[in-house]
Design a protein around this ligand. Structure first.
Ligand code: UDP
Length: 250
């Protein structure tokens, strides 16, 4: 049977039929300085559940920066590739935490890892991931792209492209893309819309350049919003609330 990879479904009123949500590992730290805060993981899981209940198919990529980052390992003298593999393993820890939080609130979830670890989770198999989503399950992609020297932002753009997602939602610390870090520069201004080209030319660092290029090549809009605002994910999916949208046209 042919596998169905479709974009926006004209038969429903949904703006997006299938989305990929990217959150950094730090988004799960809560008030801590390291690791996972269970209440925060539970809160983000509830946000994902709300979107699932709107009928949107959801997959997730979670970073690992709350546990380990390859660059810091390399800075302390480790070989970069080995440090990056540690970073990828960190993303699997986060994925399992999120799976557990989602399943506690009744959302069926599968974790697929780009680095096979059969006793822990499924290996990444694109067609199987698509089937899971068609059945209403949330799929969490762990271990980034499976390759050192990449980031989970690139993994998010890659998986969003492979899954035929209608949008890539990036949940960040603030409610969109700003001219400068609004937490440090009070005069920083927020963009409502941007083009992929502007993000690259202005070096806005909302996602790394390879992620932006992949999303551009595959015509996947990126919506940047605050993961810390309650209800924001569902609002953004419905086209409301505060977010910056990055498209070809800007
Ligand atoms: N990583 C990697 N390849 C990938 C994705 C991630 O090597 O495809 C490693 C890299 O060391 C990175 C770490 O995993 O520092 C954690 O990912 P990231 O920094 O993207 O997490 P975030 O900042 O989103 O929490």
């Amino acid at each position: 049977m042919a596998i169905r990879i479709t974009r926006s479904d004209e038969t429903t009123n949904l703006r997006y039929r299938r989305i990929l949500l990217k959150i950094s590992g730090e988004a799960l730290m809560g008030k801590g300085e390291y690791g996972l805060e269970p209440e925060t993981v539970t809160r983000v899981a509830a946000e994902v559940k709300a979107v699932r209940e709107m009928g949107v198919e959801v997959c997730l990529v979670i970073g690992g920066g709350n546990i380990f980052r390859g660059v810091s390992g390399a800075a302390s003298g480790m070989e970069r590739a080995s440090a990056d593999y540690m970073g990828m393993l960190a993303t699997v820890i986060n994925a399992l935490a999120m799976q557990s939080a989602l399943e506690r609130i009744g959302v069926q979830t599968r974790v697929q890892s780009a680095i096979p670890m059969a006793t822990v989770c499924e290996p990444y198999i694109r067609r199987r991931a698509v089937r899971h989503m068609e059945k209403g399950r949330v799929v969490i992609f762990g271990a980034g792209t499976g390759n050192p020297f990449f980031t989970t932002d690139t993994a998010a753009a890659l998986r969003a492209s492979e899954m035929g997602c209608d949008a890539l939602l990036k949940g960040t610390q603030v409610d969109g893309v700003y001219t400068a870090d609004p937490k440090r520069v009070p005069t920083a201004e927020r963009y409502e819309r941007l083009s992929f080209q502007e993000v690259l030319a202005k070096d806005l660092r909302v996602m790394d350049a390879s992620a932006i290029s992949l999303a551009r090549d595959n015509r996947i809009p990126i919506l940047v919003f605050s993961i810390h605002t309650a209800g924001a994910l569902a609002e953004v999916v419905a086209g409301r609330g505060r977010f910056t949208v990055i498209t070809e046209e800007g």
